[in-house]
Design a protein around this ligand. Structure first.
Ligand code: PGA
Length: 266
């Protein structure tokens, strides 16, 4: 265990008590036209909300076209833009990769790192994720660091799995940089359209306490089948700071409902 971590994260949230709601669009939508349509509907709703930090994470190819800083006047509640990944090297011969500086120079604010789908399909390890987090933080990007277990076992082995993900992911990171880090707890068994259930608010509450014991006062999000139906329970009863939303974030009607719920939940 890296003892520095717990001590290092005392700074707490820099979000002024706002709920943080992140849209992870994954590899969707397939056209820029559709992307802009969804974004615009969400942007209008988000701009009216005072108590929510909305972040939209589209595929790389759409980042520039959606960035409100370059395409629109930035009103108070306008969504921020986030990437879904980056590479740990600053530049060079790494075909297909995107650097932290490229994102920063586009005006991108956030980046998701360590999503379970990348851990599974692309075999991303805790060590690779640690390098990505370090590069992102060094370049002043806000990191949404994803963790989560594949399954729950009755002996509680999943807890050590989570601990290992946190400690290896954050190994050697300077204390002052942790102010720009958010942990997204996403149990893998609860992710996606096909899954039968989300986690329960009670378990998410316990997990948030557990994560806090290891990581200190880093803001924690829950992700995994979040919907307008369950958003309120997660936001009010679990001690977490916000939500990471997958498939429902591509349906503006549903995502905007989640934003409104977050705006009211204090
Ligand atoms: P989901 O995805 O909301 O579709 O379960 C969440 C995520 O993978 O970030």
């Amino acid at each position: 265990m890296d003892k520095n971590i717990n001590m290092s994260a005392r700074g707490g949230s820099t979000y002024g008590g706002k709920k943080i709601i992140i849209a992870n669009w994954k590899m969707n939508p397939s056209s820029l036209k559709e992307t802009k349509k969804i974004f615009d509907t969400i942007r209008k709703a988000a701009s009216r909300l005072k108590n929510v930090e909305t972040v939209i994470c589209p595929p790389f190819v759409y980042l520039n076209s959606l960035n409100p800083r370059t395409t629109l006047g930035l009103s108070k509640g306008s969504p921020w833009i986030g990437a879904q990944d980056l590479f740990w090297q600053e530049s060079g011969s790494y075909t297909g990769e995107i650097s932290a500086k490229m994102l920063k120079n586009l005006g991108v604010q956030y980046v998701i790192i360590g999503h379970s789908e990348r851990r599974e399909y692309l075999k991303e390890t805790n060590e690779m994720i640690n390098k990505k987090i370090k590069t992102a933080l060094k370049n002043n990007l806000k990191v949404i660091f994803c963790i989560g277990e594949k399954k729950r076992d009755s002996k509680g082995k999943y807890l050590s799995f989570i601990e290992e993900e946190i400690l290896k992911g954050l190994k050697g990171i300077q204390k002052k940089l942790l102010n720009n880090l958010i942990i997204a707890y996403e149990p893998i068994w609860a992710i996606g359209k096909k899954t039968k259930q989300s986690d329960t608010p009670k378990d998410v509450f316990q997990m948030s306490m557990y994560i806090r014991k290891i990581a200190g006062k880093i803001p924690i999000l829950y992700g995994g089948s979040v919907s307008p139906e369950n958003a309120e329970n997660f936001l009010c009863d679990t001690g977490i700071h916000g939500l990471l939303v997958g498939h429902k974030s591509l349906i503006p009607k549903d995502f905007n409902k989640i934003l409104k719920i977050a705006d009211k939940s204090r």
